[in-house]
Design a protein around this ligand. Sequence first.
Ligand SMILES: NC(=O)c1ccc[n+]([C@@H]2O[C@H](COP(=O)([O-])OP(=O)(O)OC[C@H]3O[C@@H](n4cnc5c(N)ncnc54)[C@H](OP(=O)(O)O)[C@@H]3O)[C@@H](O)[C@H]2O)c1
Length: 263
Amino acid sequence: MITTILGCGTIGKAVLAANLANGGEPAHFRAVTSRPERAELVADEFGVVAGVNARVLVHDADLVVLGVKPHQLTDVLKSVASDLAPGVTLLSLAAGVTSAAIEEAIPGAHVIRAMPNLGARIGKSATSVSYGALATEADMARARQVLEPAGTVTEVPEHLINAVIGVAGSAPAWFLTVLEAVIDAGVANGLSYDAATQMAASTMEATAALVKETGTDPGVLRKAVCSPGGTTIAGMAAAEQAGLRAATMAAVQAAHDRGVELS
Ligand SMILES: NC(=O)c1ccc[n+]([C@@H]2O[C@H](COP(=O)([O-])OP(=O)(O)OC[C@H]3O[C@@H](n4cnc5c(N)ncnc54)[C@H](OP(=O)(O)O)[C@@H]3O)[C@@H](O)[C@H]2O)c1
């Protein structure tokens, strides 16, 4: 079975790296970039066949991972349409391009849409997957095979992908902004950047793990750390007054709405 990553940039390389780190054979993967020097770097780093000639590199693939930017996707697909193997599974990672748009570019295509995130770089993406109209269970199983090494995979109906973008796909940006703000404020209070970064990142990681591992509602855990008259409730009062909750919800909503607008 051959997987061709058509558009092997940030997210394509993360998926490729996760597969190879989990026992995938380099000989079973191909990578396509737009610039020859990038293809050379991918070939050197991962030991896979890589190049800029998409038509040659897709022809023996049973799975083509679409990792180009959303605005390029349908044109790139049309340019390789006659080279795709019959029944090939197309696994699109693009935000804002519906499976229907891909089926319009490649009539009869078996499309699985996925929404990974930055966590894929360390095998910890929270990825969603959705069936296109003609995709089968076999297509889904094949897509899962390359996505699972990069993190958890959750099936959602395609119309909920933009909701996934808000809580997972784009969400590293909100969590990183909160993390940065906590670190900066710690530095303002005298900690070194290294110490503040180490402690704040560990705290964020442990807090998320507590929610996942205990299944406790985040609001219940938060109240449990807010002692009456204490430091944490004083901090929460200031955060609420400054609009932390409203700003975060607005970011999630805006990402969702932008996804809808692009579709
Ligand atoms: N980055 C994320 O965290 C993330 C999360 C979820 C979904 N996505 C989706 O993943 C897709 C890729 O995003 P990205 O951040 O990985 O972008 P990126 O780093 O810019 O990678 C895009 C890749 O496509 C290649 N490419 C451009 N034009 C091409 C063409 N005509 N034929 C073949 N390859 C071509 C580029 O080649 P060069 O290397 O030569 O430039 C590059 O390797 C997007 O659709 C995005 O919506 C990304």
